[in-house]
Design a protein around this ligand. Structure first.
Ligand code: FE2
Length: 290
């Protein structure tokens, strides 16, 4: 159990009520409030900013879901087994200078924090996270990827509609996303949008790696949700949203003056073969059982 100053009356870690399991399978997601004790949440935030301060940011590597061609393939691929900072697409002016301080210019930190950083590793090893995955049907939950996603004030980029199984392909689909709100997520600062029940639809795309090349393969022409079929999910800091690998989700640009810091885990069932075409491979670190 977390050493918490908040009570956890309904979402006792690792022991979902039957109704909650049913709700996850019906809606494709579940909102679990108060899952990060306040002291731990602050540790994770402080550590994220320390990592930015310590990072060698001489290489200007940006991250964009609207224009993946901007991503430097080698820098991105190598980040699977290390910790790297990616700039917001709009972090630089036309002369190539940052328009905001570096701490307010980073899009995300990824992707092996749980292997290589003591603070994030200790958090990932908390027993409730493995127990939650097992409650949701994963027999052998393995954590493959950790990201700290900033959604910076004023320049935080849009994340277009997608399904996370696009990036973590197994047959059958097994990936579950843990989306931890480290700060309040609101309509103004770019909270997640989800399509309730949309996880029953097909996987629309698959992201392939072919040696050092990356490409998006269309699989199904089913249209993405929009403002009417999608639902915004404003959540309080400390909340955990878990969702199915086929659940379409989106987040808008952040034009407000507040950041929207989130932490994500991608958890895959080790009982199914992990596709060698997935971009994220872990030949050195191996898997990280929860
Ligand atoms: Fe996603």
């Amino acid at each position: 159990m977390p050493s918490s100053d908040q009570s956890l009356p309904e979402n006792t870690p690792g022991v979902l009520r039957p109704g909650q399991q049913r709700q996850f399978h019906q809606d494709g997601f579940l909102l679990l409030e108060n899952w990060i004790p306040a002291d731990l949440k602050q540790q994770l935030i402080d550590r994220a900013y320390q990592l930015i301060e310590q990072a060698d940011l001489t290489e200007h590597n940006r991250f964009s879901t609207t224009d993946r061609a901007q991503i430097n393939n080698d820098f991105f691929l190598e980040s699977a087994e290390t910790i790297r900072c990616f700039f917001e697409e709009k972090a630089f002016d036309e002369q190539g200078h940052l328009t905001q301080p570096r701490a307010q210019s980073i899009n995300k930190i990824g992707h092996a924090l749980h292997d290589l950083d003591d603070v994030y590793q200790a958090f990932a090893q908390r027993p409730e996270f493995g127990a939650l995955a097992r409650d949701l049907g994963l027999l052998e939950p393995h954590l493959y990827q950790t990201m700290v996603i900033f959604k910076q004030p004023r320049i935080g980029g849009e994340v277009t509609w997608h399904q996370d199984a696009t990036f973590f392909y197994t047959e059958p689909t097994s990936v579950i996303t843990y989306w931890f709100a480290l700060e309040d997520a609101t309509l103004e600062n770019g909270c997640l949008w989800l399509e309730p029940g949309g996880h029953t639809g097909p996987l629309r795309e698959r992201y392939h790696r072919d040696d050092r090349d990356l490409r998006m393969e269309p699989l199904d022409a089913m249209p993405w949700p929009d403002d009417t079929s999608g639902t915004p999910m404003p959540v309080k800091a400390g909340s955990l949203l878990v969702f199915h690998g086929h659940l379409p989700h989106y987040s808008a640009p952040n034009r407000s003056d507040k950041s929207r810091l989130a932490l994500t885990f991608h958890v895959v069932d080790g009982q199914y073969p992990y596709a060698p075409e997935n971009w994220l491979q872990r030949p050195t670190l191996g898997t990280f059982p929860l």
